[in-house]
Design a protein around this ligand. Structure first.
Ligand code: COA
Length: 147
């Protein structure tokens, strides 16, 4: 299993990026300034994008695991890698997500805890209704983890 940073032609991973963030114009807001990592294990299994938010904080903007390989530990392995990779550079990692129990459980199992909520983030910023696990997304929930 290899985790590599991609610096060129990041849009080649757009299909996976859209799994976690289904509006391309929102991905365009962070993809170029963010650092993109790909986890390969024979083939591409997972990707993520991390941005520098200043004051010792980095933000996990996008993490997605290829559907047929979800729930096999790849998402958690990628986060563990990021924590080690960034631990000398940042003191905290944050992540914003929809208020959906399955996703929040994933981040909690990776050591994140609730930080704060941005009301109406999804309804204000996306051009269509976002539905995840049958839940209409409205607020963004932020979680944080010391690294
Ligand atoms: C969310 C996502 C990145 C998780 O990655 P993953 O590789 O499937 O998750 P892991 O196998 O590493 O899960 C680690 C632990 O998180 C928890 N977890 C993961 N998915 C979960 C789910 N759907 N429901 C409840 N708990 C879950 C479990 O505790 C799991 O451990 P277990 O399988 O031993 O019970 C992946 O499912 C995905 O790409 N989903 C679609 C895109 C997305 O929603 N991205 C996040 C947007 S903010």
């Amino acid at each position: 299993m290899d985790i590599i940073q991609i610096t060129e032609n990041k849009k080649q991973y757009i299909d996976l990026l859209l799994l976690a963030d289904e509006q391309e114009s929102m991905i365009d807001r962070y993809l170029e300034r963010g650092e993109l990592f790909v986890l390969e294990d024979s083939r591409v299994k997972a990707i993520c994008v991390v941005t520098d938010e200043g004051d010792g904080v980095c933000e996990l903007k996008n993490i997605a695991v290829t559907p047929e390989f979800q729930r096999q530990g790849y998402g958690k392995r990628l986060i563990n890698y990021l924590v080690t990779h960034y631990s000398g550079k940042y003191s905290q990692m944050i992540v914003g997500t929809g208020d959906v129990p399955s996703t929040v459980k994933f981040y909690q199992s990776c050591g994140f805890e609730y930080s704060h909520r941005i009301e109406n983030f999804f309804t204000d910023n996306y051009d269509h209704q976002m539905i995840e696990d049958g839940i209409i997304l409205k607020d963004m929930i932020y979680l944080k983890r010391k690294i």
